[in-house]
Ligand binder design. Structure first.
Ligand code: OGA
Ligand code: NI
Length: 337
């Protein structure tokens, strides 16, 4: 059965969402009633400052949040804008027929292309109010730009350029993160091995019942490190100290999200961030997430003794994630010794 695209549902302009999109009460987004003046915010780190405090700031952000935004990251802001522009063009200016030419294989997890369902496992999971386009970008042997949209004319060039910049930033950040724990700069990257990088553009159409739905259910990312940019519409939230905190959209910032393999490698010194996306009734929202993962055959284990997590073959971790679903961080918790 052809997966239904959320954008089509949104365009029907009904005033209620189909039942498969309704979250159980405990997962619904709460209307925040805490005092906005004392509201927590995810840390903002200036990578250009090169102050001696940088590693301390990073350490605090990784320990307390597992997520932070960076500015002065050396990725040209124009490239971030270009990436958002080509993504938006695909979702908003191509016809559904054109988009469906790039449909991903909905029967296999993380297949490249245009899709709507992250999980293929069961029919009773609540669906996310989101469509996406997933690009396989690294290693170069996986990169085939002919699988990507060819319009606007610079689409493929922008995605390739963006991929290279994200890889360099991910390497730099894993270096800092290693050093902030007293490890050698290369330590985490050496455990991860060659990066398997995917770039997912997510498109969250306006939703008639944002209080009942989620754009993307609560999860932590599976791989090592995720770099995310968003447009000017709020929606990404990180769970911290018992509350969901909105990540303030900033056009020049990149949001860094530590993922599960980094939690394992750092032996739990740094935790992967639990996060989700909420919807809104007014405006469509676009984000671009770049995932950096180990090869499926790679064994991941803690870099400290005694280990608090069992070693895991990354491919086995991914399979269990896709079969059971994320539900917060239960897949990672299952590896705790
Ligand atoms: C993801 C993700 C959040 C967002 O794709 O894993 O967490 O804001 N995306 O789109
Ligand atoms: Ni995520």
């Amino acid at each position: 059965m052809e997966a239904l695209r959320v954008q089509l549902l949104a365009e029907k302009a009904e005033n209620s969402v189909p039942s498969q999109y309704i979250q159980p009460p405990q997962n619904r987004p709460q209307i925040q009633n805490s005092n906005p003046n004392i509201k927590a915010a995810i840390p903002l780190i200036d990578l250009g400052s090169r102050s001696s405090n940088l590693l301390d700031e990073l350490k605090k952000a990784c320990k307390e949040w597992g997520a932070f935004q960076v500015i002065n990251h050396k990725v040209p802001i124009g490239l971030l804008d270009d990436m958002r522009r080509v993504g938006r063009t695909f979702f908003e200016e191509r016809t559904m027929e054109e988009k469906l030419r790039y449909a991903c294989d909905s029967g296999s997890p993380a297949s490249e292309g245009y899709g709507s369902r992250m999980l293929v496992a069961s029919n009773d999971t609540v669906l996310d109010w989101r469509d996406y386009f997933d690009h396989h970008t690294l290693p170069l042997s996986r990169r085939d730009p002919s699988h990507w949209p060819d319009s606007p004319a610079d689409y493929r060039k922008i995605v390739a350029e963006y991929s290279d910049h994200m890889k360099a930033l991910a390497q730099e950040l894993l270096g800092f993160i290693s050093e902030s724990l007293g490890l050698t700069c290369q330590c985490i990257e050496n455990v991860v091995g060659e990066f398997y990088q995917n770039i997912t553009i997510s498109y969250y159409p306006p939703c008639p019942q944002p209080e009942l739905t989620l754009g993307l259910q609560s999860h932590s990312d599976m791989g090592a490190i995720t770099l995310l940019i968003q447009d000017d519409v709020e929606g990404l939230e990180v769970f911290n100290n018992g509350e969901w905190v909105t990540v303030n959209p900033m056009s020049n910032a990149i949001c860094v999200i530590l993922a599960d393999q980094t939690e394992i490698i750092t032996n739990g010194e740094y935790r992967s961030a639990q996060h989700r996306a909420v919807t809104n009734a007014g405006r469509a929202r676009l984000s671009v997430a770049t995932f950096h993962d180990p090869a499926r055959t790679r064994q991941i284990s803690p870099a400290f003794h005694p280990p608090k997590y069992r070693p895991v073959i990354y491919g086995d971790y991914v399979s269990s994630w896709y079969t059971k679903g994320p539900e917060g961080k239960r897949n990672l918790d299952a590896l705790l010794i």
